[in-house]
Ligand binder design. Structure first.
Ligand code: NDP
Ligand code: 2IT
Length: 444
């Protein structure tokens, strides 16, 4: 079978799943040569097996709103691949959630988790629930109802969810509370918990910090560093906040952040109390970044993306396919040096290709944002040992994991001309370990 025949077969089996196919195509295109030249993989038909989830749950999530109306949402959990460890991956509450999006996220998670070097399989879950404008009580009842079905599929050695878009510490708390009530077990069955009830210190910051550690490693590899660079970041959620914090700490100046309403340009840089204010905006459920410009008196560009700004470093941290070919062209024309993906698959394939063609250093999300799930893995370890580490210990481990992921990308992604294809490097490094394991475990 040729690669294109293989991709056609997967597409035919998964109609109407464009995001999933986009993620599959990128992985298959980059691992194909390594795969096809390995008789053991081919004999075990690993590639065809790895694009099929181990299992997928789809369920009704009924809940009662503040007016007493019964509402219904659709809940999901995709247990994509459990070869190297219990399923691990976040839960997303967002109206755009569907099977295609969760399969793409679960598929990416397999390789991301493998890159961390921790024993975690890939999974993802969520619901098409819109948190905007919901009261505290509604958030609680919805999170509880989602767990009321999901709990039977979880376990500290089976499947361990966490947060993602629309799911933070608050929702994790309500879900964990319901899990505990149903099972009468206080175990590490979900990560991103509060510090008082089994959470790991640094988990909220970990994704953003990890992204910046990875970005800095990429720059060091190119003989440069973040110090003195200007940065544009999209989003103002948990990931964007962590990235702004660490980039600023390393001496870069973040001049743009964005929301669904547009972006702000702060020529003095997002620093100090302005970084703290990002958290306030996120927690307000108003979903506007304009509040930042109102408060701090900088420019706001309604309905625009931050990719119009002339910067050295661009870090998309909002959602999938938020940065397209036109955006890539603008950034390149403005002399961007490096694009490190903070979100999962934020760049369209055309944009990725454009950056690579222009020799802009490109860091794929599955490598760059792996610090979040890696620290979730560290939370699982702490839970299993019934102890908690301090911030320095967690941060040190996170840092060394990100450095090692970068090393693995360089090792597997070096091209003949000496340049580094981080997309290829991340995919091959992540794939190999899972593929070898699937062969070791037999046809199951
Ligand atoms: P948050 O919910 O904290 O913030 C997400 C931001 O993106 C919000 O501003 C949100 O606004 C916006 N957004 C979400 N969906 C869309 C959409 N379809 N179109 C436009 N804007 C959108 O989420 P996180 O910061 O946790 O997650 C951001 C990204 O990072 C996601 O891709 C996530 O998968 C990824 N990620 C998260 C990790 C974590 O630890 N939390 C770990 C690794 C990756 P709105 O609500 O209006 O849509
Ligand atoms: O996309 C991701 O890696 C996450 N949302 C974090 C998953 C986790 O289990 O911490």
């Amino acid at each position: 079978m040729t690669m294109n025949e293989f991709l056609d077969k997967v597409a035919a089996r998964n109609p109407g799943e464009p995001e999933f196919m986009q993620a599959v195509k990128e992985v298959v295109e980059t691992v194909w040569d390594a795969y096809i030249s390995n008789p053991r993989f081919v004999k075990a038909n690993v590639l065809e097996r790895i694009v099929e989830p181990d299992r997928t749950f789809i369920f009704r999530v009924p809940w009662v709103d503040d007016q007493g109306n019964v509402q219904v949402n659709r809940g999901y959990r995709v247990q994509f691949n459990g070869a190297i460890g219990p399923y691990k991956g976040g839960i997303r509450f967002h109206p755009s959630v569907n099977l295609s999006i969760l399969k793409f996220l679960g598929f990416e998670q397999i390789f991301k988790n493998s890159l961390t070097s921790l024993p975690m399989g890939g999974g993802k879950g969520g619901a098409d629930f819109d948190a905007q404008g919901k009261s505290e009580g509604e958030m609680m009842r919805f999170s509880q109802s989602y767990m009321l079905e999901l709990f039977r599929h979880l376990g500290p050695d089976t499947d361990v969810p966490a947060g993602d878009i629309g799911v933070g510490r608050r929702e994790v708390g309500y879900m964990f509370g319901m899990y505990k009530k149903l099972t009468n077990e206080h175990t590490g069955v979900i990560t991103g918990k509060g510090l008082n009830w089994g959470g790991s210190i640094m988990r909220p910051e970990a994704t953003g910090f990890g992204i910046i550690y990875f970005c800095e490693e990429q720059l060091i590899q190119a003989g440069d560093s973040l110090k003195g660079k200007t940065v544009a970041i999209s989003g103002f959620g948990q990931v964007a906040w962590g990235a702004v914090t660490k980039a600023t700490e390393l001496g870069a100046k973040v001049v743009a952040i964005s929301g669904p309403d547009g972006y702000i340009y702060d020529k003095d840089g997002v620093t100090g109390e302005k970084i703290d204010y990002m958290l306030e905006m996120r927690n307000s459920n108003r979903n506007r970044v304009q509040d930042y410009s109102d408060k701090f008196g900088c420019e706001f560009f309604a309905g625009k993306k931050p990719w119009d700004v002339k910067v050295d470093v661009a870090i998309p941290c909002a959602t999938q396919n938020e940065l397209n070919l036109d955006d890539a062209k603008k950034l390149i024309a403005n002399g961007v040096m490096i694009l490190t993906e903070g979100a999962n698959m934020p760049c369209t394939p055309e944009a990725v290709h454009e950056f690579q063609k222009a020799k802009v250093i490109f860091g794929p999300g599955k490598a760059a944002n792996a610090g979040g799930v890696a620290t979730s893995g560290l939370e699982m370890t702490q839970n299993a040992m019934h102890l908690s580490w301090g911030a320095d210990e967690v941060n040190e481990k996170l840092f060394s994991i990100m450095v090692n992921i970068h090393k693995a990308c360089v090792e597997h992604g070096r091209e003949k001309d000496g340049s580094i294809n981080y997309v290829k490097g991340a995919n091959i490094a992540g794939f190999m370990k899972v593929a070898e394991t699937m062969c070791d475990l037999g046809v199951v």
